[in-house]
Design a protein around this ligand. Structure first.
Ligand SMILES: *Cc1c(COP(=O)(O)O)cnc(C)c1O
Length: 494
């Protein structure tokens, strides 16, 4: 049966998967969700024999049912190739009893590569299928990792251009260097004086502006999104949970059908939502642990049923999780509200109006498979240090937030647990070496720390880091958060 996509905020028209990918966001400001969650129909016992691409095809064909087999397989083969530094694509490594799912072996060494390696292919295929003649302008707000992964994915892709906004003082030096050295005539990178939520809000406003869309149309442009609100990001993220289950079987960690837990370091709620979808497709996942840093708005939500973004925004050592408005939570809210679009819209309006909303007791019952935890900055550093000393394994601060929650809440529950590892420690050298031995590394530059990290870990320095050591800065525009649209108009010549 063909799957269709509908908005979380109105009972409007349904669109096909390819149309949902092209549009990014529904016209009413809602997010696209599938009209049913398909069951995974390959026997679990076959998973250990399937490589990443085969697994990807079996999962994605269920959601992207208007893509032909040939189209989808071509997208998958072009995406998951030697851009990744390991044939496994997403290795599962056991350390101190936990199974770390390493999602950082792609071109920009963070988990965003898992979906953003394939999104440009899905997008251009979708454009062809729908007879789109306009140039597609990818407009993206980033807390650090999406920006670079999207830039790398869309650079010089014909028929597209990309504009990335990032918080000027809210990303790590290596994250910033990765973005501002991006090559490609169709790439644009702009720092804003504001935080990630400001960037995301500005981008959403431009998406909503009918007036802007009209002027763009006249010049032959249309927007789409590479943020995790795009269903073309979410679907490829389901794949690695299915793959991880297969790898656990293959390693003899579990028997077919045995339940596992997952711990996910969470910001915009895209990654953990993909795990939730995998569970509801029939992958034996018992509990989903939502791990937050000090911006623990999600922890409080799962504890109390009240989402309250009215609080101080804290810059932490896990900047890709410094988020107070977790966009993808809307898809979960919609589901636990019994797919009631009016109710979802009322809650989201309350969030943007009053800065908070509260769900009903009945809705809270739909959250029983979630448990939440958080790590303070001190706990994050302590976890990096302990895992290094105890297991001779170096993890980045985002992964450390999840590992902390694993030790605190998941370790002793009886099930095998997958800790989702979302970034290479090489992307956050300063925080990692600070955690291990601050006195020794304090005086060194970020790039000297790269070499020190190599000495500590024995893991070779990723190409993504070698590249930017000497690369020239190609983007140096900074604007106020109120000038984002003006910047876009200038770039597009509107
Ligand atoms: C984006 C990101 C996260 C958060 O993922 P969400 O899908 O936004 O919840 C965690 N860790 C890293 C390294 C990231 O880049």
């Amino acid at each position: 049966m063909d799957i269709m996509y509908k908005s979380t905020r109105s009972k409007g028209e349904k669109v096909t998967a390819s149309q949902a990918i092209l549009k990014g966001l529904a016209d009413d400001g809602g997010l696209f969700v599938p009209d049913f969650l398909p069951a995974f129909d390959v026997p679990l016992s076959r998973l250990p024999e399937m490589d990443y691409r085969e697994t990807a095809y079996e999962v994605m064909k269920l959601f992207l049912s208007d893509f032909t087999e040939e189209e989808l397989k071509a997208c998958i083969h072009d995406a998951y190739d030697d851009k990744f530094d390991t044939e496994e694509i997403a290795p599962l490594v056991k350390k101190d009893g936990a199974y770390y799912l390493e999602l950082f072996h792609g071109r920009t060494i963070a988990f965003k590569d898992m979906a953003l390696s394939i999104l440009p292919y899905l997008m251009t295929t979708a454009a062809k299928k729908n007879g789109v003649k306009n140039e597609i302008v990818i407009l993206t707000a980033t807390s650090g990792d999406t920006g670079k992964a999207a830039l790398a994915g869309f650079a010089d892709v014909p028929g597209t251009s990309i504009i990335v906004f990032y918080p000027k003082n809210g990303v790590s030096p290596i994250q910033e260097k990765q973005m501002v050295t991006q090559r490609g005539a169709n790439t644009n990178v702009i720092g804003i004086t504001g935080n990630f939520d400001d960037a995301q809000t500005g981008v959403k406003q431009m998406f909503h502006s009918k007036e802007l869309a009209e002027r763009m149309g006249e010049k032959g442009y249309q927007f789409s999104s590479a943020n995790s609100i795009n269903i073309g990001r979410l679907v490829p993220q389901i794949v690695y949970y299915v793959y991880a289950y297969g790898q656990l079987l293959k390693q003899g960690g579990i028997e077919v059908g045995e339940k596992i837990n997952v711990v996910v370091p969470t910001g915009n709620f895209g990654n953990i939502l993909a795990a939730y979808y995998a569970k509801h497709m029939g992958i034996p996942i018992e509990m989903l642990f939502c791990a937050s840093n000090e911006n623990k708005v999600l922890f409080d939500f799962f504890q109390t049923g009240k989402y309250d973004r009215k609080r101080e925004f804290i810059l932490t050592s896990s900047p890709s999780m410094d988020i107070l408005i977790s966009s993808n939570l809307e898809r979960l809210i919609y589901r636990i509200a019994g797919e009631d679009a009016d109710r979802t819209k009322a809650l989201m309006d309350a969030l943007s109006g009053e800065g908070e909303y509260e769900i009903t007791q009945e809705m809270r019952e739909g959250l029983s498979c979630f448990e939440a935890g958080f790590a303070t900055e001190e706990e994050t550093a302590e976890t990096i240090r302990n895992v290094y000393r105890g297991a001779d394994y170096i993890i980045d601060p985002h992964t450390a937030v999840a590992a902390h929650v694993y030790y605190e809440k998941a370790k002793d529950r009886g099930q095998k647990t997958v800790v989702v590892s979302t970034a290479s420690p090489y992307k956050f050298t300063r925080s990692v070496t600070d955690a291990i031995d601050r006195e020794k590394y304090d005086k060194m530059t970020d790039f000297e720390l790269v070499d020190e990290l190599y000495k500590l870990s024995g893991v070779s320095v990723p190409a993504a880091i070698e590249e930017i050591r000497t690369a020239p800065v190609l983007h140096d525009t900074v604007c106020d958060k109120s000038e984002m649209q003006a910047a876009v108009e200038r770039i597009l010549g509107l």
